[in-house]
Design a protein around this ligand. Structure first.
Ligand SMILES: [Zn+2]
Length: 55
């Protein structure tokens, strides 16, 4: 069995994907439930909501 580093392994990809998503959720835990945009701070989410989803 040979391991080709250039070959994109789908298992590796999904692990990488999970890691990325985890980091994203960790860094930006505040998610807008209307457009799924993420924010680092609750304040930013509040500002976003008042600007983009103001009514
Ligand atoms: Zn939004």
């Amino acid at each position: 069995m040979t391991i080709n580093a250039d070959n994109q392994n789908p298992i590796m990809n999904s692990a990488e994907e999970r890691r990325r998503r985890f980091l994203e959720e960790f860094e930006k835990p505040f998610k807008c439930e209307k457009c799924n945009e993420r924010f680092k701070k609750k304040k930013y989410l509040r500002e976003h909501k008042s600007e983009v989803h103001s009514y």
